[in-house]
Design a protein around this ligand. Structure first.
Ligand code: ZN
Ligand code: ZN
Ligand code: FE
Length: 747
């Protein structure tokens, strides 16, 4: 603002106030007009304007444009999200004459760490982890000159005064420092070694993505045999070499959020073949991201002429399976020493953990679907259409892929990706983040929303809060209500509408496992369960989502098929059937996720999974390039869609030798037709889709296409994850609307 005002000869002042940034401008009418249409175009990358209020005041005869100190109470101004290194800084990074040549911590007001280094508010250097470093004269000069690009760039630093790199071995012995640490790292990567790298929001594990041995070694050490690894590529051009990229995906790859984008793998990769199969086995997509820190950029650059630089790096979360990513040196030393050969660390502490975000684009409508919302996106609020005086809400979230959510006025703040709460480290991270976010946002929640599942760790945590304070209000929310409500919150939908939640698992009101649900939401916001997938037994409960042959046996038998296919005969089917008959640990379920598992096991695609949704991903990969017109017959009987006819048809196709890709395509088409049939059954134009199953792009596209053709308006999550990472926003929204509905009635 100072720079624009100075250029136009405008006087005035700017300050951070409790209501946001307050700008006073005074000058010639034409200059003022210019200012008003200019300022938005000159915003730093990543800046977002929530709202603008203009007010005419009497001229004060100001002499200059002042940058005033932050006003008391302004601490509630939002924390910015982390930003990728900007083009101007990149230019300096690469220019040998610049004092920050090859400096891995270069940044300016347009780029650099934000959320991950903030310890408190207001966002000023003393309240960040950069407080450790006193600026040298040259840096301080930049920091205090309003005309400089680094004016109030809080993490401003240079090689003289700022943080620096250290390369360590597993015993924490120093191997190299500063630029030598970088060149040594490249040597290790070249030799097929695994390097733990301290990044923006935590540690990452890297190895050469062209080295199949290194990848195999990383899989062994991480105990992660099949789950896909993301890769980092130097630029869009190299991403195009290995993947099919739409304009929307290209934009997303280089967006300020710099997420991991799930891209279609090219089947035949010319000449420089990347072991795409090893990276994401039996998967149609691969996660790709571009360098977002100066350190990442330097990793792709030769350190001297003739030296080696990687063309692609595996870049995966620096954690042990199911744990949160390592944040501190202590954590890295303890947990990554068994995985990495060397560790590239630095002395700029990370205060807030933030894993890489993961997104994809639906091919049909070019909309963003979020798989994991974290670094670069958090702590952006989601604006809700609720009154400003709604009491602050804490929504505890789900059990898997957990995020929680806090609200302040009409803003909802979903947390970073926490992970699966059955892991004790993840639960510790949850509690720590809850305290931190409460402090940042300066809120004391009055309403506690949580899942109706009593055994979710998030529910247990919420119950603990409620037990400690009797004035807190509890709002239990059903899992799939929350899924649909998250779409309503994002798109500010006004009911009536129809919500379809296709999901893995969620506890239903009848104590069964839900996951194939169709609700209507009436004008008053009341959810009514109108229809669902037919029930089937889940022998072994949660075990059945790993040993998916159990679901196949259960569903085949329920569908009247006595003769198990040969590949299922090796399993103790009789024991399983006895379990079901005697109702021993065999909950009833109507989950579409489990139906995917059953189909995969029946057609012998796989009978066991090593990670969540593995079978569904493989089925999707088969259907991705298989257009089919043939779907299986199904019927909507009362409030149920029996699964038996679909299972019998899949079995029949399999026995008569229909190829797996065709069966998969028919199955996908069937599910999409079920969605359309459900939509048509009820009298609502607006259809909300949510739940983990909709991460399946083939299914989502088929459903969206047919729903649009039939004249429906289709909504799904684009701001929070479409999987259980979006549950907390839905819980918060239901709690908020309940509250307001009640206060209306009371009035
Ligand atoms: Zn910059
Ligand atoms: Zn300096
Ligand atoms: Fe779910």
């Amino acid at each position: 603002m100072y720079r624009i005002a100075s250029k136009l000869g405008i006087k005035g002042a700017i300050a951070n106030t409790p209501g946001g940034a307050e700008i006073i401008i005074e000058g010639q009418t034409t200059a003022i007009e210019k200012f008003l249409c200019n300022w938005k175009q000159h915003l730093p990358e990543g800046a977002r304007v929530a709202s603008v209020n203009k007010l005419r005041i009497k001229p004060r005869g100001l002499k200059r444009f002042a940058i005033n100190t932050t006003q008391q109470g302004a601490s509630t101004t939002d924390i910015p999200a982390d930003l990728p290194v900007c083009p101007q800084c990149l230019k300096e990074l690469r220019s040998p004459k610049d004092r920050r040549y090859r400096y891995p911590f270069i940044n300016c007001t347009n780029c650099g760490p934000r959320y991950t280094i903030v310890k408190g508010l207001p966002y000023d250097r003393p309240k960040t982890t950069m407080a450790l470093f006193a600026m040298c004269r040259a840096c301080a000069k930049e920091y205090y000159s309003p005309s400089d690009r680094r004016f109030h760039a809080e993490p401003n630093a240079c090689p003289k005064c700022g943080p620096n790199l250290t390369l360590r071995d597993k015993t924490w012995k120093t191997l190299a420092r500063k630029d030598n640490a970088l060149s040594a790292t490249l040597d290790y990567l070249h030799d097929g070694k695994i390097v733990a790298i301290k990044s923006l929001g935590g540690y990452q594990l890297a190895c050469d993505a062209f080295n199949a041995n290194a990848i195999a070694c990383l899989r062994m050490r991480k105990l992660r045999m099949h789950k896909p690894f993301a890769i980092m590529l130097p630029n869009v051009a190299s991403a195009k070499e290995f993947c099919i990229i739409s304009p929307g995906e290209q934009k997303l790859l280089s967006s300020p959020e710099r997420p991991i984008v799930l891209l279609r793998k090219k089947i035949c990769v010319a000449r420089r073949a990347l072991p795409l199969y090893d990276l994401a086995p039996d998967n149609a997509y691969i996660g790709v991201m571009l360098p977002y820190t100066p350190l990442h950029t330097l990793l792709f650059q030769q350190h001297s002429s003739g030296a080696w630089a990687p063309n692609a790096l595996v870049m995966t979360s620096g954690n042990r399976t199911d744990e949160p990513i390592c944040r501190t040196e202590g954590e890295a030393r303890e947990r990554l020493a068994g995985i990495a050969d060397v560790l590239l660390t630095h002395n700029r502490p990370i205060h807030n953990r933030a894993d890489d975000s993961v997104v994809q684009i639906t091919p049909l409508s070019n909309k963003t679907v979020i798989i994991r919302r974290s670094r670069g996106m958090v702590p952006q609020p989601v604006k809700l259409s609720i009154p400003l005086n709604t009491p602050p809400i804490f929504a505890a979230g789900a059990e898997l892929k957990n995020t929680f959510c806090l609200t302040r006025a009409n803003n909802a703040y979903p947390s970073v990706y926490i992970g699966d709460l059955d892991n004790s480290e993840a639960m510790a991270f949850y509690q720590e983040s809850f305290s931190l976010n409460k402090k940042f946002l300066d809120v004391k929640p009055a309403i506690i929303a949580h899942d109706i599942h009593p055994d979710y760790q998030s529910t247990v945590f919420a119950s603990g809060l409620l037990a400690k304070n009797s004035r807190l209000k509890a709002v239990p929310v059903q899992h799939h209500h929350a899924h649909i409500a998250s779409v309503m919150a994002e798109h500010r939908l006004v009911p009536p509408l129809t919500g379809i939640a296709f999901d893995g698992t969620g506890l239903g009101f009848d104590n069964t496992v839900w996951g194939g649900e169709c609700f209507t939401v009436d004008k008053a916001g009341e959810f009514i369960r109108r229809a669902h997938l037919g029930y089937f037994a889940l022998p072994g409960g949660d075990v059945a989502s790993k040993e998916i042959w159990r679901v196949a046996v259960s569903l085949l038998t329920q569908s009247g098929i006595r003769k198990m296919p040969a590949h299922l005969k090796i399993f103790p089917a009789r024991k399983i059937l006895k379990m079901i008959k005697r109702e021993i640990n065999s909950p009833k379920c109507c989950s579409v996720g489990r139906l995917f598992d059953a189909v995969a096991a029946i057609i012998n695609l796989r009978t066991e999974c090593t990670f969540e949704a593995q079978a569904a991903m493989e089925l999707e990969a088969l259907a991705v390039d298989t257009p089919t017109k043939k779907g299986y017959t199904f019927a909507l009987q009362g409030g149920e869609i029996p699964v038996e006819p679909v299972i019998r048809a899949v079995y029949k196709d399999f026995c008569s030798g229909v190829p797996a890709f065709e069966i998969s395509a028919r199955f996908h088409l069937t599910l999409s037709r079920i969605i359309v049939a459900l939509a048509k059954r009820f009298n609502n134009k607006a259809i909300a889709l949510s739940g983990g199953v909709f991460q399946n792009r083939v299914l989502l596209s088929l459903a969206e296409q047919q729903l649009l053709q039939a004249g429906f308006k289709v909504y799904y999550n684009n701001i929070v994850p479409i999987n259980d990472g979006g549950i907390s926003l839905g819980q918060a929204y239901i709690a908020a609307t309940n509250e307001n509905r009640k206060s209306r009635i009371e009035k």
